[in-house]
Design a protein around this ligand. Sequence first.
Ligand SMILES: Cc1cc2nc3c(=O)[nH]c(=O)nc-3n(C[C@H](O)[C@H](O)[C@H](O)COP(=O)(O)OP(=O)(O)OC[C@H]3O[C@@H](n4cnc5c(N)ncnc54)[C@H](O)[C@@H]3O)c2cc1C
Length: 475
Amino acid sequence: MFDVIVAGGGPTGLMLAAELRLHDVAVLVLEKRDEPTNESRGQGLHARSVEMMDQRGMLDRFLAVSEKFQVGGLFGGIMKPWPERLDTAHPYGVAAPQPVTERLLNERALELGTEIRRGHEVVGLRQDEDGVTVELADGTELRSRYLVGCDGGRSAVRKLIGVDFPGEPATVETLLGDMEVTADPETIAAVVEEVRKTQLRFGVTPGENGVCRIVVPADGVAEDRAAPTLDEFRKQLRAFAGTDFGVHSPRWLSRFGDATRQAERYRVGRVFLAGDAAHIHPPTGGQGLNLGIQDAFNLGWKLAAEVAGWAPEGLLDTYEAERHPAGRRVVENTRAQMTLLGTDAGATALRELFSKLMDFEEVNRYMTAMITAVDVRYELGEGHELLGLRMRDVALKRGRLYELMRGGRGLLLDQTGRLSVEGWADRVDHVVDVSEELDVPAVLLRPDGHVVWVGEDQQELHGRLGEWFGAATAG
Ligand SMILES: Cc1cc2nc3c(=O)[nH]c(=O)nc-3n(C[C@H](O)[C@H](O)[C@H](O)COP(=O)(O)OP(=O)(O)OC[C@H]3O[C@@H](n4cnc5c(N)ncnc54)[C@H](O)[C@@H]3O)c2cc1C
């Protein structure tokens, strides 16, 4: 029997598996596809995900193969400079195409000892008091204590546990593909600039080896969701740009809609949902993959705590309580962005107004913090302004905070040297150090970097340790 089966080996499932393996959880990833995807859907990691990679020692691997980016236009394609004083020590994104992200996450999950079975599709499940029985397409049955559906927008797991997925169906569709072109770069740039004055769902972005990423509105919404043909691209390019740029030799062709939905619940008994299985929305702002791996970062240590037997009562329920609102915020901001991307007079006027508002530095910073998710705060009650927020990396006398979080454990950063985590030392690291960037006596961080306590009182600290890290061990 496995501790956890993860259905789906996309970015969310792989991130979750790695988080679980940090704590020796026996995890199995079941992935329907035989081979990893080459679809360049997600275009990169936003600042909060960059921070997570740093917290787990993965950032160097991303930076070895991808560029940092600091561009405006994250909200509704409204171009503004990168804001000053974003609350992060990593004020940039990393331009890693989705196949690169998946490759690096896959590599790490395997290094940490994850078992990944490709060509295995989950088609059925039933749960009882002790665990979940997972049925595969070939009839095999497997048992685990928990199951997490990371199986994408059309999640079989979500359907099998009967969770509703309310929201709106697609009203517009966009073609997206990687292919070669015969037109020269100057002509392409001039045409794209002209078309984008009125149509922001249009783009030709040169990539590696002469392959361009092409985005163009589709003609209506396809009933069968079949992959588009190259001729469909040609026709739509001519309709919007007056030329098809001589497209040829496609690498992959796809279509995506603006369907927007969120699962009503993220948990039913021993089964959880994360990533696109829990929420879908248009790719405006490039948030979906980021949101998914952030779900995984939240759930991983909690599930590991439950498996290890030290999770306090209700810890697993905080996953839905925290991540459902975080997902809702993204779903809502993509709805707002899609309205701004409209081509009618009202949308154009609204975009102009938003553009003016975003000239205020504070507004620009607010929007960027929202899209990059560095401002996500979990509702942990009244208290210090850091409470519930994830803490930014800070320099310490000896090293950096994030370097101390590689093991995915809780962490008490103690600038007083008078506090103790005795009784929890098997789950929580105690770091006595000081930082010129931190003006509080001590902070207690969860393994996902969110602040659950700020103060200097040992009794109070004991209360918080018990609340988040379970009962103290004797002696
Ligand atoms: C055009 C486009 C552009 C995008 N751009 C961005 C961007 O710039 N930034 C960003 O953050 N996000 C972006 N996204 C969103 C991003 O691609 C998704 O949010 C992300 O892939 C979600 O990851 P996931 O692991 O949750 O789901 P998926 O990537 O869908 O992975 C699910 C996995 O589960 C497998 N699976 C499905 N069913 C089963 C089953 N029954 N049994 C076993 N395995 C199963 C699938 O084969 C797949 O490998 C974009 C999306 C699109 C369409």
